[in-house]
Design a protein around this ligand. Sequence first.
Ligand code: MTE
Ligand code: MO
Length: 358
Amino acid sequence: MTMGMWDKRDDMVVHGREPFNAEPPGTALARAAVTPADTFYSRNHGPVPRLDPADWRLTVDGLVARPLLLTLDDLRSRFAAAEATVTLQCAGNRRADLTAVRAVPGETPWGPGALSTARFRGARLADVLAHAGIAPEAAHVAFRAPDVSPSADPPQPYEVSVPRDRALTPDVLLAWSMNDAPLPPVHGAPLRVVVPGWIGARSVKWLVRVTARAAPSDGYFQATAYRLPPTDDEPDGVTLGPVPLNCAVLTPSDGAVLPRGPVEVTGYALAGEGRTVARVEVSPDGGRAWSRVALDEPAGPGAWQRWRTTFDLPAGDVLVLARAWDSTGAGMPESPASVWNPKGYVTNSWPRVRLHVR
Ligand code: MTE
Ligand code: MO
């Protein structure tokens, strides 16, 4: 059953209606390796634009030999189509674990569902930039959309950029389709960028302009938001790009009250760019005992991997923990306090789920 104007299932956890921000409940997200469009999380900074695909054009300009103005048909007919199953993850995914330590004012308290996986089909950004003749001095590529966010200072259309090397890697798509259907309006119709393995903020929806630049975008969402704030050591702050190793518990949900007996615990893990998940362990007793769980095959290179395990839980209060390691041997930080930051970005401490068993 779907609800409302954005064709989402009626049990979505809606954090805000305008702008629309919603994540699927853990049970729904855990159900399939490829997330149905009605279940896919959505993160928006402003009103969702309704663009008519017939009038829509993509401008490719800046430091290029041949600026382009492309229709959707041009993109489909002049470039080879590529397809990939990609997990998108918001930089705010799992922020609720940080707010449990200390408030993160003004930011959405996302649970573990600000992440979803879809099969995207489109043209490779690298092919389009090659066609335009990207100049050697173009060190960054900016993506512009028409949605104006009231949260930006000053209010402005959404624009971010990625470094040239990332833009030219063939896995970056200009996608017109999601799960074999045209992109839904809330997910960026008619065309969005898909940057696998990077924070969702770089996967710009409702794309209208690609600009090759010498410097990163100076727009609010590149220069101010989606950065770790400056410190004495790093006076410029840190621009967020690739997402780190992470895992989460999807079911049961935190605070659930359950009957005694076997309880299935499900979740996911995903590694950072260029890495794979090597191991996931789950503890049914607050970290005294750990068992290694089997992982599903990834739905695509770098996509999430689901896991499930069953514990016979004793009556009383139970704390379930999970942790993962990647192919370089790196693990996840144990405490949410150790990863707390003022905007609550990229939470990847061990997930903690409190259950009450009767
Ligand atoms: N693109 C535009 N134009 N406007 C936005 O607000 N939000 C970004 C990104 N692209 C955004 C955008 C963020 S922060 C995320 S996490 C993803 O889109 C969410 O994509 P989804 O809504 O398809 O899940
Ligand atoms: Mo995001």
